[in-house]
Structures are given as structure tokens and as C-alpha cells.
Design a protein around this ligand. Structure first.
Ligand code: PSU
Ligand code: MN
Length: 307
């Protein structure tokens, strides 16, 4: 029994016409944001992709089926699903067999894109190596190491061990592109004190870079780290103490595995009176736009190649 996947009518149409498609993850809908902001965000991200002339494909599982692109009604259903699963690669078979529904993580969405032949994907932040438990390494990192596509994010959250996360990416041949920056952005913050592997300034440069990367025979992803817009960013000095505090809380509660990230996010949002959620929404939209621009530049370069 193959996993298979089902395209929405819109995505099928877009693919037939050779239009560019941008994949969007859905764990942010099912686990990352509270209702009703989750549905508003999901819609806003799709809109942002469309405004840049690309077609959004939100990826998720519905009743055991891997879906590439959701209708408005399906998006609404996913956002309000009572017991949605958080679906990483190892959960694909379980969701399928149990006919479950859920949001795909960065790694899960990348695996779906591999099947669906989608090259560009936008998310908020990638998972990484956790601070308090060094064996909790997100499957996102392994997906980045093995699936050749362009992933646009705002870096990784400073709740993670960022130096260890970047080391993992280096070991596994994943270039980290700073979009207009030399510094690896840390999700809510534009600064982390850590270096990216290359700085690029335009969607066209990202496409040219990705082609050169894959041309070198590598099968890893190109990770584009796009800093959060300044207006909604939160400084590292404001965030650091909150991260210390909430990480300790999670440990004291004996949390582990996939419960940790949603717990920390929710606590930081409470402690910042909603500022972190506004930052989250802003960077997600910013990434959706950039991913659409990159997908568009990709298509232009394909056409040039074919001509
Ligand atoms: N970052 C966010 N919100 C999220 C996530 C990351 O701001 O909801 C999700 C992503 O789907 C990511 C996942 O792939 O958390 C990583 O979880 P874990 O550490 O359990 O692999
Ligand atoms: Mn984890």
C-alpha cells in the first residue's frame, strides 16, 4: 500500500498549465497557533502566495489521505479539527492506517513535496536540536539533509540550541542562505550572533545558487533564512530570559518529544502578551511572499533553459 497523494483541483490545474506552486506546511495550523488565528493565518498565507502570482498548496492529511492543496472548506476543517495529529515522516504510515487527520511538520511537508514534485516550500521556523535534551533532534534536519528543494524560513527559534542546529546542517551539506543578511535569524529576532553559509540578495540569486548546489551532485535542501520584518521583531535580549524560564518549565513538567515545541510557543506568547504571536504571523507571511517570488524566478529560469 503506497502512501500516494491527492492533489486539489486547483493544484492539478496549475500543474497542467506549468504554473509555479508553493507548498505550505500545516502543523503551524493544527499545533502552532490558537484558534481562530490559525485559520486566519492559513488563509493569509495562501493569499500572500497568490498576490505574488504563484499557487499555494497547503499540505495536510485528511481521513488518512495525503492532500496537496486544500479547498477553503478543508482548510477550515483542518483548523478546527479536535484531535489533529502532528505528522512528521515517521507518522505517515500511522495516519494512513488509522485514517487520521493532521498537520504536516516541515519534515512531513518536505516528504510530501518529494512525492508531489514541488520544489519550493514556505514555513515559519524549522525544528532543530533542543537545548534541554540533546537527543531531541527534529526530523526537520534530516529531511533538509536528504530532500533537494528550497525551504524558506525565518531561521529557527532561539528556544533551540542554534549552534548545534547549524552544525548538524553543515555536517549534512545543507547550505544556509541568509536572505539579505550575514547573520542567521532566530525567528522572532533578526539576530542570533551566528553566521550563515552564504548571503544572497534576490530570488534570482537564490535560484541560481540552488541550481549550482544540485549541480554539484548534492541531494540536500537549500535553506533560505529570511529575517522577520523589523517592525514586528523582538530583540534577543528581551527573548533570552523568557526562553530560559519556559524551557525550565517544560523540563519540570517532564515534557518530551513533540509536545515541547507547542508548549514553549504558547508560554512565550502568554509572557509577551501576544507580541510573539504577532511576530509569528508577520514572519510567516513574509516567508510565503519570498517563497512565491523564488518559485516564480525558478519557473522563469526553467523556461529560459527550455528555450
Ligand atoms: N515553528 C513554529 N511553529 C510550528 C513549528 C515550528 O513557529 O508549529 C512546527 C513545524 O511544523 C516544525 C515542527 O516542523 O514544529 C518541529 O517540531 P519537532 O521539534 O517536534 O520536530
Ligand atoms: Mn522534537
Amino acid at each position: 500500500m503506497a502512501i500516494g497523494h491527492k492533489y486539489s483541483v486547483e493544484i492539478l490545474g496549475a500543474m497542467k498549465k506549468n504554473l509555479h506552486v508553493v507548498a505550505l506546511e500545516s502543523t503551524v495550523i493544527t499545533h502552532g497557533l490558537p484558534r481562530p488565528q490559525n485559520l486566519e493565518l492559513a488563509r493569509a498565507m495562501e493569499r500572500a502566495v497568490r498576490e505574488e502570482g504563484a499557487t499555494p498548496a497547503t499540505v495536510a492529511f485528511l481521513d488518512g489521505e495525503l492532500r496537496i492543496g486544500l479547498s477553503e472548506g478543508e482548510l477550515k476543517r483542518l483548523a478546527n479539527e479536535g484531535d489533529a495529529m502532528k505528522v512528521g515522516p515517521r507518522d505517515f504510515a500511522a495516519v494512513r492506517v488509522n485514517k487520521g487527520s493532521g498537520g504536516t511538520t516541515v519534515a512531513g511537508t518536505m516528504l510530501a513535496c518529494k512525492h508531489a514534485n514541488i520544489k519550493v516550500f514556505a514555513t515559519g521556523g524549522i525544528g532543530g536540536v533542543h537545548r534541554e535534551s540533546p537527543f531531541d533532534v527534529s526530523a526537520d534536519l534530516q529531511a533538509l539533509a536528504t530532500i533537494p528543494m528550497i525551504v524558506v524560513c525565518a531561521g529557527a527559534k532561539a528556544i533551540l540550541d542554534l549552534p548545534a542546529t547549524l552544525e548538524y546542517l553543515e555536517t549534512n551539506g545543507v547550505p544556509v542562505v541568509g536572505y539579505g543578511t550575514d547573520e542567521f535569524p532566530a525567528f522572532y529576532s533578526r539576530e542570533s550572533g551566528l553566521d550563515v553559509s552564504v548571503k544572497l540578495e534576490s530570488p534570482e540569486e537564490v535560484v541560481e545558487f540552488a541550481r549550482a548546489h544540485w549541480g554539484a551532485g548534492l541531494q540536500s535542501a537549500v535553506l533560505v533564512a529570511n529575517p522577520i520584518p523589523i517592525a514586528e521583531s523582538i530583540s534577543k535580549s528581551e527573548l533570552d530570559p523568557l526562553i530560559e524560564k519556559t524551557s525550565k518549565e517544560a523540563k519540570a513538567k517532564g515534557m518530551h518529544g513533540k509536545e515541547v515545541t507547542p508548549f514553549l510557543l504558547q508560554r512565550i506568547n502568554e509572557l509577551t502578551n501576544g507580541k510573539s504571536m504577532r511576530a509569528n504571523l508577520s514572519l510567516l507571511l513574509n516567508n510565503a511572499r519570498l517563497a512565491a517570488q523564488i518559485a516564480s524566478a525558478w519557473r522563469t529560469s526553467e523556461r529560459r533553459k527550455a528555450a
